[in-house]
Design a protein. Sequence first.
Length: 338
Amino acid sequence: MDFSVGVQFFLGQCEKLLFSLGSPFSLSSLAAALVIATAFFTAQRFKRGRRLRWRTVWRALFPRRIVTSKSNEADIGYLIFNVFVFGVVFGWAILSYQSVSHGIADAAAALFGPIGPTTLPAWVPRAVITVMLFLAYELGYWFNHWLSHKVPILWEFHKVHHSAAVLTPLTNFRVHPVYTFVFANILACSAAIANGLGHAMFGQTVPQYALTDTNMILVLFIHTYVHLQHSHMWISFQGLLGRIFISPAHHQVHHSTDPKHFDKNFGSCLALWDWMFGTLYIPGKKREAITFGFPHDPDAHTMKGELINPLVNAAGRLKPLWPKKPDVPLPAPHRDPA
């Protein structure tokens, strides 16, 4: 048997996952997150006048209770499944990015007339479209996240992510395939609208500034604190900063089992949309006592609980919507005359 194709695919997926600067799990972004977390912990130790030992730093960054937890083991399984299995057999997005984008541009031309190509320096429209596409990504992310909490059927799939009992960068992969399908199509639509508007503004399609096909602004966030959002490092942004950016503590609060934290902080990198739509919760500078996951779910962190049960539960929610067959009375039993 020739395994070369399979080996090439495996190595290709590993390269995209670990070595692409735009990957949400690149080695460079993980290293950057590790440096920031180490610097933050070190600063906290010095601030409290405590001695710094590398063994203490290691234990603080990689607590055994998190590394060896069932939840973390399940996250590793999700990484393998989503990167190496499911993405091969299923196309995530069905909405045509090009079709929606061209439709927006054509509609603008019909309303305002054709617009000639811009005469601005090339870097100006590129910078504008880069910001527009980043904001479109953030709005699409927020809207999908909000829907996933508010629509009961969608929540059945999204709560797989909230079943994590501990948070690590691997938790980013703890998502149900149906959730990913919906998410990909919403993002495709929001990005296409932004691109179409950009085309209408500048009279031509303008490429964004990108690294390995990923918006450069998003790459910057991935290499700063996005990984720390799924972690135990309590880094909170206060004041105006806390109204603009989703800090690690912002997202940890989003995972909290405390009812006062429910349906808060839906953003990815920016808190602007949460601030605008009234779903923002700014965590305190001091760590809040929060817990994660569904401790009373016996199927948590299992294939049945994380992949099969959401489908069954979603079907159960749909059942009342199915049309019922009218009750047809049974014919009276035949009786011979006495």
